[in-house]
Design a binder for this molecule. Structure first.
Ligand SMILES: [Mn+2]
Length: 316
């Protein structure tokens, strides 16, 4: 990794005009890592543009620098494009990116990353991209101020579910402790990024919990939200069900948890398991064209979820 870090540092040192982007639907990890690195690059006097398809969700608007993020592609003469958490370049969601002529630096911790960058900082053993970027800051000897620390700790906290997931290692906690010493406050981050729920979101969770079903034969806990179920709730935020599949996965006898949700013409699936359950949910997600990690994966398929008169769910 040292060699990759050195190449990444060289790429950055040689660049003055830099575009930072990530996968569609900003999450705390890649968004936090992106804003942390952007903060440092701006401190170095570089011109930085932040573009994320669909912009910043309300739960992450507290992040220092979040206001600088544009929700659309910004034309420019970039020397360098830096991506966060994209296993493939198309995940960015801006078609213009596929024609970008500049150099690419790729930060990720997904095991299925395609290494599409000129330099690839990819380590699937890291809890989060934020922890990887924290290591990169240390390698470069760059200063971590309170804002950068807050962004990085947000990434670690959101990707480890508040240090509760199996990806939390001793090194993760050491990184978190250092970031606290730089001024990041975990309680504040958890309130904003993890716990935050509106009354409407709580009601929607109630419906999703009511729709949950434990298949005792196959040891699967799942819940399904059809378009009809969702239509009972007005203007739910994009991240309304963030953390829901983890709640399903709290049933210890289930081998894994699955949450299926209608999203327009698409069915989105999230899968979670625990290390002691010996299931690789990424393999299941792959069957449906998705991806992710052994214990946390997802997929999207075209189709419509419906409940028939017998109360059975089907895909049409
Ligand atoms: Mn991540």
């Amino acid at each position: 990794m040292q060699q990759h870090f050195e190449s990444a540092k060289n790429l950055i040192d040689q660049s003055a005009n830099i575009l930072l982007t990530m996968h569609e639907r900003m999450d705390g990890d890649d968004g936090g890592a992106l804003l942390a690195l952007g903060g440092h690059l701006e401190n170095e006097g570089k011109h930085v543009v932040y573009a994320i398809k669909q912009g910043v969700p309300p739960a992450l608007s507290f992040l220092p620098g979040a206001k600088k993020i544009k929700d659309d592609w910004v034309e420019g003469n970039y020397d360098l494009l830096i991506t966060f958490g994209c296993s493939e370049l198309v995940r960015v969601g801006f078609p213009q990116i596929l024609n970008a002529k500049c150099l690419i630096l790729n930060f990720d911790h997904h095991p299925d990353n395609q290494n599409f960058g000129h330099v690839n900082i990819v380590d699937s053993k890291k809890s989060s991209v934020a922890e990887l970027v924290y290591d990169f800051f240390n390698y470069c000897g760059w200063q971590i101020d309170k804002d950068i620390a807050t962004c990085l700790l947000t990434g670690i906290i959101t990707d480890t579910g508040g240090f509760m997931h199996a990806n939390t290692k001793a090194s993760t906690l050491e990184a978190a402790a250092q970031l606290m010493r730089k001024g990041a406050i975990p309680g504040k981050i958890m309130n904003h990024a993890l716990k935050r729920k509106t009354p409407g979101v709580l009601k929607a969770w109630g419906k999703a919990i009511k729709n949950s079903f434990y298949d005792a034969k196959n040891k699967i806990i799942y819940s399904i939200m059809t378009a009809e179920d969702l239509s009972e709730f007005q203007s739910l935020p994009l991240a309304a069900f963030e953390g829901f599949v983890e709640t399903l996965n709290t049933v210890p006898e289930a081998k894994f948890a699955m949450f299926l949700k209608q999203d327009g013409e698409i069915i989105k699936g999230s899968l979670r398991s625990d290390i002691f359950k010996n299931v690789d949910v990424a393999k299941i997600a792959h069957i449906f064209g998705g991806g992710g990690h052994k214990l946390a994966a997802g997929f999207s398929v075209a189709g419509k979820l419906v409940k028939d008169k017998m109360g059975k769910w089907r895909v049409v």
